[in-house]
Write a protein that binds this ligand. Structure first.
Ligand code: C2E
Ligand code: MG
Ligand code: MG
Ligand code: MG
Length: 283
């Protein structure tokens, strides 16, 4: 059917459009149910210190164990959570779960948690982080807050105030997916980052392309001058690891070391990567 939008323009209702809206509504209902039914899980991926080649931090990565569709990655459902406002309670849950897990890890292992722009704009975030740290007993210095550049586009003032308040709690701030967004350089100047994570798209050709090597070297040099640590994401080969080490990255994350694993697989993973650390810490 054709339908007038009131200004004499005719819009056509396509059956596929209805279908897509229907699917979205179903996903939204599924998501709400997933919250109450406890279908979300936090997985962890190690971030390695390049020099010592030991685990420095575990990054919390959200998973949805869907009853019919299996284990789902966040890119499939986080955008909708952001749209319908579910990301705030879901983000609170991730933080609490992750801090509680991390409080049982060896003291020298940090925890990185991703926050969406919607969360950073939410006025209750700083209080939420403070009370979660208090309740779980996690040392704030072990917490690293990862945000992407999009956070900073919308309302710079709010974002800046929030980031400073988070730092005042003792936590650190990392810029995620560096190089894929907008005016990265001015953001590095304005916002109080402790760490920059170079996006995986720059890592994949490391060691093979002069351009990738030059970009990583330049970013590492820049971060060094700004007293920020620099991490390469998506490291899959020894060749890439060698190259990023040569170009001056401090930390590395990727399938070369491990993918994200469930919390109960961490003791074995830490043993494999670091030696028998965990057993010592548990005593
Ligand atoms: P991210 O924070 O940049 O996380 C890195 C992503 O790259 C993860 O995907 C990780 O599994 C993947 N990855 C790690 N190493 C490699 C590698 O060597 N090769 C390849 N091809 N991929 C690698 P994942 O877990 O699917 O997460 C995707 C994105 O979803 C994250 O990107 C993050 O932006 C977002 N996300 C994850 N958990 C949360 C959360 O709790 N809250 C929010 N707001 N966002 C989250
Ligand atoms: Mg991240
Ligand atoms: Mg990233
Ligand atoms: Mg990403």
């Amino acid at each position: 059917h054709a339908k007038s939008d009131g200004r004499g323009v005719w819009r056509y209702f396509k059956p596929e459009m209805n279908q897509r809206m229907q699917m979205r509504r179903e996903l939204e209902l599924d998501l709400r149910r997933a919250m109450t039914d406890g279908q979300f899980e936090v997985f962890y991926q190690p971030i390695m210190d390049v020099e010592s080649r030991r685990v420095k931090t575990f990054e919390a990565l959200l998973r949805w164990r869907h009853p019919e569709r299996g284990l789902l990655a966040p890119d499939l459902f986080i955008p909708l959570c952001e749209e319908v406002g579910l990301i705030v309670p879901l983000g609170d849950w991730v933080l609490r779960r992750a801090c509680a897990d991390a409080a049982r890890w060896p003291e020298d292992i940090g925890l990185a948690v991703n926050f969406s722009p919607v969360q950073i704009q939410s006025r209750h975030l700083v209080g939420q982080i403070a009370s979660t740290l208090r309740d779980t007993g996690l040392n704030p210095r072990r917490l690293e807050v990862e945000i992407t550049e999009n956070v900073l586009i919308k309302d710079k003032e709010t974002a800046l105030a929030t980031l400073y308040a988070i730092k005042a709690l003792g936590a650190r701030i990392a810029m995620d997916d560096f190089g894929t967004g907008y005016s990265s350089l001015s953001y590095l100047q304005i916002f109080p980052f402790d760490k920059v994570k170079i996006d995986r798209s720059f890592t994949c050709e490391l060691g093979q392309s002069r351009k990738s090597n030059a970009i990583i070297r330049a970013v590492a040099g820049l971060c060094d001058g700004l007293d920020m640590a620099v991490v390469a994401e998506g490291v899959e080969t020894e060749g890439q690891f060698e190259a990023l080490r040569r170009e001056g990255c401090n930390q590395a994350q990727g399938y070369l070391f491990s993918c994200a694993v469930a919390a109960d697989a961490l003791p074995a993973l830490l043993d494999a990567l670091n030696g028998a650390e965990w057993a010592q810490a548990a005593e």
